[in-house]
Structure formats: C-alpha cells, structure tokens
Design a binder for this molecule. Structure first.
Ligand code: ZN
Length: 282
C-alpha cells in the first residue's frame, strides 16, 4: 500500500533548516600565529607514497606536514592517529558535523571519543579557490569512507588488494610490526585529500569527479598532537572513473614534514582532551 501524501506536505517541506552544530562557540585555532609560523619551516623528513600503496609518517605536535600532488592528478586517503595512543584517531563523521562535507584552511581534523579534540589544523590549501561547483562537488571530503575490498566484493565480486583500506592496513601493519589482522581495526574513515566529491541532487548519491589537483598543489597542516599518519595513493588516480581496480592512471603523492621555530613551539596552545567528565549521568 502506498503511503498517501499528507495535505500539508508542501508546508512541512517548506520548513527552513537549522544548522545542527552552530560553530560560533567552537574554540578557534590561532590561525594568524600558524600562518606566521609556516613562513619559517625547516624540512625534517619526506616520504613518497607509491601509486596504489600507502606509507606512514610521524609528525610531532606543533610540526607541520604537507601532502603534495606529484607528477600527475592523484587523490589520497589520509588516516591519523595519536602516535602515543592508537585508539585516538581521526573522526570523519564529527569533523563533517562540525565543519561540513569538505574542509579547507582554518578547519580542523577532530579525534574520536572520548578525546574529541583537534588532531590537525589545515594551514594552507592551494585548491581553496575551487569552492562548490555546479554539480555540488568540492575538494577534500569527509563524506566518503575509503575504497575497500569488502564493498568491491559486494558490488562486483573478485578480490582486489590495492584499495585504500588494504593499502593503509598493510602500511600500518608494517609500521607497527604486527599481523594484518591486528592493524586492520585501526584503519578508519579518511580525509579524502584532493578528491572532488558531492551528493547528486536528484538521488542523493555519493559522486566523485576528476580531481582539479595538479602537480605542485598541496594541502598543509599543523599537527595539534603527536601524530602517526598513513596516506594511501588511491587506485582511483584522479577518481574520474573508478577506484577499485588497476585501470586508472595513478601517481605518487609526496608527504613532507617540517619543523617550526622554537618560539612557535613554545607559543602554541596544546590541544587538550575534551572536558566532559564521562560519568554519563551515573
Ligand atoms: Zn581509495
């Protein structure tokens, strides 16, 4: 039996939305301080992430890291953990609830409960000019999950091993020197660096389109806590067609880590765990 449409359907639909999480009271990073600090950085390490693979990197609190397009258009799937406590990890869903579907300069990557604190703040985004295109697409999303072999198997069958989920799992297992089964539960929903995505207006489906990123573009962060990061160079390449096969043209991604001045390290405010008392009413 089809549901009848109520007489006041139009009126119910016409109710204006309210923002779920108004951010007027959200503590803001000292962006002016960060922007001054980024003009005085010394590179301390770098790793080139091979296509269809992932690599890990460490960023001490207060240091900067930069993810750059290298050789060709390529998107990356980023995981972040507290380097000293892997159970504290990037919380894509809450970051989305606070900042919206895509993030850029001045916005932050938040960590999981019970910590819920900034893990990293974006200090520069060479793609911030892109905005929201006519399809509703934008860059650097926190709406996707990460391409994974389980969804691929569900939809197409077969065993594909170079999805970002598997790349991140292998890289983390190698870094921790633990079996894959021990590393895999730590892999989580990502920041889709350089990926251009949105939801279709007619069906509400998650879409991707060719990334506008070009070699030399980069996304730069300051680490708010000691970070272990893992970045996968997605098998989707620029994500213009598909992402769970060896079909797309893929390129490496460069991760560089930079040390700021001593004065910045002493001036910056530490990112502290959330102040909720965790009694949950008992
Ligand atoms: Zn991927």
């Amino acid at each position: 039996m089809t549901q009848s449409i109520p007489k006041d359907a139009a009126a119910r639909r016409a109710v204006a939305p309210v923002i779920c999480y108004p951010v007027e009271t959200l503590p803001q990073p000292d962006l002016a301080l960060y922007l001054r600090a980024r003009t005085d950085l010394q590179k301390t390490s770098e790793v080139l992430v091979p296509p269809r693979e992932a690599a890990t990197f460490h960023v001490p609190a207060g240091h900067f890291f930069r993810i750059s397009s290298y050789e060709g258009s390529q998107v990356g799937d980023l995981n972040l953990w507290n380097a000293n406590e892997l159970n504290e990890r990037f919380y894509s869903g809450k970051t989305r609830a606070l900042h919206g579907t895509h993030i850029t300069t001045g916005q932050q990557m938040w960590s999981s409960f019970p910590y819920l604190r900034p893990m990293a703040t974006i200090t520069h985004d060479t793609l911030d000019w892109y905005g929201i295109d006519d399809f509703g697409g934008a860059v650097h999303d926190v709406i996707g999950t990460r391409c994974d072999p389980y969804t691929h198997h569900l939809l197409k069958g077969g065993q594909y091993h170079h999805c970002c989920h598997s790349n991140l799992t292998r890289a983390l297992a190698a870094h921790l020197d633990v079996p894959l089964s021990e590393a895999e539960p730590h892999v989580h929903d990502v920041l889709n660096v350089f990926m251009c995505t949105g939801f279709t207006r007619d069906t509400g489906q998650y879409f991707m389109k060719a990334s506008p990123v070009r070699p030399g573009d980069y996304l730069e962060f300051v680490a708010e806590i000691d970070l272990l990061g893992a970045l996968s160079a997605c098998p989707g390449g620029d994500c213009s067609s598909e992402h769970s096969s060896d079909t797309a043209e893929c390129h490496p991604l460069l991760v560089e880590v930079f040390e700021p001045s001593e004065s910045f390290l002493s001036d910056r405010q530490a990112s502290l765990p959330n102040g909720y008392d965790r009694s949950h009413g008992t």
